[in-house]
Write a protein that binds this ligand. Sequence first.
Ligand SMILES: Cc1cc2nc3c(=O)[nH]c(=O)nc-3n(C[C@H](O)[C@H](O)[C@H](O)COP(=O)(O)OP(=O)(O)OC[C@H]3O[C@@H](n4cnc5c(N)ncnc54)[C@H](O)[C@@H]3O)c2cc1C
Length: 466
Amino acid sequence: MKNSLSRSLQAVSGGARSQLQSRIQGAVITPADPEYNPARQAWNLSVDQHPALIVLAEEAGDVAAAVQYAVENELNISVQATGHGLAQPAEGTLLVVTSRMKSIRVDTAARTAWIGAGAKWGEVLAQTQPVGLAPLLGSSPDVGVVGYTLGGGYGWLGRKFGLAADSVRFFELVTADGHTLRASAEENSDLFWGLRGGGGSLGIVTGMVIDLYPITTVYGGNLFYPIQAAREVMARYREWIATVPDELTSSVVLMNFPPIPLVPEPLQGQSFVMVRGCHCGPSAEGQALLQPWRDWRAPFIDDFKEMPFGEVGTISNDPVDPLPVFSTGAWMKALPDTAVDVLVRHGTAGDGPPPLLMTEVRHVGGAVARGRSQAGAFGNREAELLLFMVGLTPTPDAYGALARYTQQVKERLGPFLTGGVYMNFLEGQEARLRAKDGFPPENYARLIQLKRDYDPHHRLRSGFLG
Ligand SMILES: Cc1cc2nc3c(=O)[nH]c(=O)nc-3n(C[C@H](O)[C@H](O)[C@H](O)COP(=O)(O)OP(=O)(O)OC[C@H]3O[C@@H](n4cnc5c(N)ncnc54)[C@H](O)[C@@H]3O)c2cc1C
């Protein structure tokens, strides 16, 4: 500890800092600089991190120079694009922030795009939709493309086209010893396998080429029902998804809107059960699939409509401004009435305000289940239901309390969970402790071996493999 502290102090001394700055295009920031606090902030305000040095990289060469500097100075390394999903805070490390590396180049004929490490999904959408193509983003256009994809990446086109990780042609990365290389099915294929769902522990990705799909219009939105109907809606949802085609990706959500101005007035402080979805086939077919719900009971709000795919982020309307949150999740075997009962009792207000903002069960299967499991590290493809729980955690105590609360919910759901986890929905300590449940045992063992091979000194510290 003492050694690493003195190394950190040496690393940020004036001479050392100007030595690094002379090697890179981007900015080098030390704890003494006024830019330090904004630069160390993550989107998730519950993360409080104090890197020894921050490099705001402009290009791949900056990432390589920063890593080489870290190697020379025996510093550990972290990487962050947006700070939506950190498994470890950057404490005393050299933090490479990729958010300036936003280059996006679309090849319309090949239906692919080159994506720089700092691009967010919304920025990719803005460039691909005008040429009639769609990427496999998730619920939030504000999430970083690379971090999302390294964890698997399940979004609104997921049942039709699979995981984002399955749609990567190649990655370019800087390894923990500072070498730049390409990982594809042909080159460094072991690393390519590990990066497809195995997270960001094996190197710093500087960019990648992904496949795009010909989708410009979808039929998507939400049906809001009163929270009192939660048990009925969840039970109906279970029956309904057994009948829907892969064009429809959907979820059922217990939502507790906080009483804050960010939320539209009629929803402030209100709870609803919502059926949420996105249909990427003909709109009339999407409408027909929703009809049984409308025939059953008129929703309080029905905002399903045909929309440009560029507006797909409005379906979940995830917050954009930084927030203090805790999130967790689990793969589910089934959603019988007993499991519904646990989710409703813990996901909605009891005697006091509900601790969870959102409890969502997503329907997976389809192209995710059919994806070639040997092509990448990603595991748990066979489970069809994915639980995601999120709550606001304004203080460290609130963070700890919500972690314990959701742990209890998962224990009560025990028989209905597969025991597997989706790494993108875990964060912090839980992501590190449960990483082995994110993969089949043989994949996890192979990932650990890859970590030893590509990062023998365990320098890269931000991923869930430690
Ligand atoms: C509001 C919200 C909505 C979400 N919706 C979905 C969803 O619909 N589907 C889904 O699958 N996930 C979803 N997620 C989870 C999200 O995909 C993960 O949190 C993801 O890790 C975020 O990536 P990031 O780059 O934005 O975040 P960061 O916190 O910057 O990065 C997260 C981790 O990714 C790795 N990483 C990032 N960049 C690099 C790089 N260049 N090289 C190597 N490793 C890197 C690092 O390990 C880093 O710790 C959501 C999260 C939030 C907060």
